[in-house]
Design a binder for this molecule. Structure first.
Ligand code: ATP
Ligand code: ZN
Ligand code: MG
Length: 509
């Protein structure tokens, strides 16, 4: 991708230019073009690639500049370098820069644009026209936007959109690692329908939400106990409680703010907790029997963030800014303190794809080697559970979600044997009733993504890495029941024993 930047800016000074000041300024422009803007540019780079002031006009207090560049000393960098250089020299002429007004800014990108490429729509983008191999973008930006490197980030964004369009429907890379053999099947039906039939669960009143009766809850707790006995205890994971309301600040650092928006359950706060302010909302309900949602919307602030989407981001502020002693590593912890919420829209199905679900999140961190080792041991422990205890028909696959490939997280192996290990392993179980595979949990090696985002270091200076594994209890239950059915007599012993006799509390007339 070839890139060009062009800007017009007015530098407004504290007084009009004298003849002398103008001459000395022209000399500075000349020198900046020859020397200042060439600093740091690698040898062999074509001059036309490097930022240059191509027009300068003096009028009263104002110096108007056009700056153009390719990829080196980009137009805005050149502008600020020039400002820094010019200030002391013009100070001698009693001229100080009062203001920089950017009147025009354009970016031109030349290269191959995939057919399904769409220009992003953002407040900074006045106009964007794609014509053949050239994308021309006019920006509305202030000097402080330029100091915030908005043009550079926009170019990065365009490149990402191109990569995403090229990646297209591929979604994620998928590579089978292990597939179990056939196991005893005792059921052909849809487990959710059967659970409803037997009164184990009922639809709750929010979308994608269930009320789990005693029998379903017993099964959840049995699976949880198996996880505790077989994985959490032997591997030494310690329980913590992570918050379930997630403010933007957390998702900014975990990277979720780059794209989680379509699936968030947003959280708002009242503008005030003054009872008088809310009295008419309650009165409206008393009189109409309706909740005055349109008016409530006017009386809340936010959204301040959302409900828990993935469990682990909320843990990281606990370590934010800290350096961890070598001898406390690897850290192994887990959380099972609350629900996760995702707006799954039309995708909701049965108990396995819901808007409110229950997970145990296992999390570990340490050096790259420690992190990879924990992931491997975890995989062995899971294999034992699925093979020998639950007797499931399952498989697992290495998947590389698009965003990870894009963030350059799938780094090359840097010698420790770990670089190639960043990524996610999905665990899937066969659903005989639909002859499809259901992801029921995963193990992720996240590299230094979280430690970097939350500024966490290790005493030895080694890179800090982390991993996490989300065990979805709805998904375990759906997978298990889909294969083994709801009759406890057909269940593997350990599950039957942990569940005990299914309790039937309710009798409906
Ligand atoms: P899917 O592709 O099925 O939507 P995902 O890739 O969104 O899954 P992750 O973000 O990897 O899922 O979440 C980790 C685990 O959380 C999943 O393996 C699953 O057990 C559970 N999970 C995620 N979304 C749901 C949901 N809507 N309902 C029930 N469990 C879920
Ligand atoms: Zn996680
Ligand atoms: Mg999903």
């Amino acid at each position: 991708m070839q890139v060009r930047f062009r800007l017009d800016a007015e530098l407004r000074f504290s007084a009009p230019f004298s003849q002398e000041a103008e001459e000395s300024c022209r000399a500075l422009i000349d020198e900046a073009n020859r020397v200042l803007f060439m600093k740091g540019v690698p040898k062999g780079v074509d001059r036309s690639e490097v930022g240059q002031i191509t027009r300068s006009e003096f009028s009263g207090n104002t110096l108007t500049l056009t700056v153009e560049s390719g990829a080196y000393t980009r137009a805005h960098d050149a502008l600020f370098r020039f400002r820094k250089q010019v200030a002391p020299s013009l100070g001698k002429h009693r001229l100080g820069i009062r203001e920089i007004v950017v009147t025009d800014y354009s970016i031109e990108l030349e290269g191959a644009f995939p057919e399904n490429f769409r220009t992003p729509e953002l407040p900074f983008i006045k106009k964007a026209v794609l014509s053949g191999r050239v994308l021309s973008v006019d920006l509305a930006v202030s000097a402080s936007d330029l100091e915030n490197r908005i043009p550079d980030r926009l170019v990065r964004l365009f490149e990402e959109k191109i990569e995403a369009a090229e990646y297209g429907g591929k979604g994620e890379h998928w590579e089978l690692i292990y597939e179990s053999g056939a196991k005893a099947r005792h059921f052909e039906g849809d487990p959710t329908a059967e659970m409803i039939q037997r009164g184990w669960i009922k639809h709750a009143l929010s979308r994608g939400q269930w009320i789990h009766g005693p029998q379903s809850t017993q099964l959840f707790r049995a699976f949880e106990q198996i996880v505790v006995d077989e994985i959490i205890k032997p591997m030494g994971f310690t329980e913590m409680i992570f918050p379930k309301l997630v403010p933007w600040e957390v998702w900014m650092k975990s990277g979720h703010t780059k794209g989680v928006y379509p699936e968030i359950y947003y959280v708002c706060t009242p503008k005030t907790r003054d009872a008088a302010y809310w009295e008419d909302i309650g009165d409206y309900f008393k009189v109409t029997g309706e909740v005055w949602v349109d008016e409530i919307r006017n009386r809340i602030d936010g959204p301040i963030g959302g409900l828990c989407y993935a469990q682990c981001p909320s843990f990281w502020p606990f370590l934010q800014g800290e350096t961890l002693a070598n001898d406390c590593l690897p850290i192994r912890i887990f959380d099972r303190s609350g629900t996760s919420h995702r707006y799954e829209s039309g995708g909701i199905h049965g108990i396995e794809r819901v808007d409110e679900f229950h997970r145990i999140e296992i999390l570990w961190l340490g050096t790259a080697e420690q992190t990879v080792e924990t992931a491997d041991r975890l995989h062995d422990a899971y294999t034992h559970v699925f093979e020998d205890l639950l007797e499931l028909e399952w498989r697992c696959a290495k998947v590389t979600p698009w965003f990870m490939a894009q963030e350059g997280m799938i780094g090359p192996d840097n010698g420790c044997g770990c670089g190639g290990r960043i990524g996610t392993t999905d665990y899937e179980a066969l659903l005989p009733y639909s002859n499809s595979w259901l992801e029921f949990q995963n193990v992720s090696i996240n590299g230094d993504k979280y430690p970097k985002g939350f500024n966490v270091k290790i005493q030895s200076g080694a890179d800090c890495w982390s991993g996490c594994s989300g065990i979805g209890l709805e998904r375990w239950t759906a997978a298990f029941l889909a294969q083994k059915g709801l009759d406890i007599g057909n269940w593997p012993d350990i599950v039957a024993k942990k569940v005990g006799e299914p309790k039937n509390l309710f009798k409906f007339l």
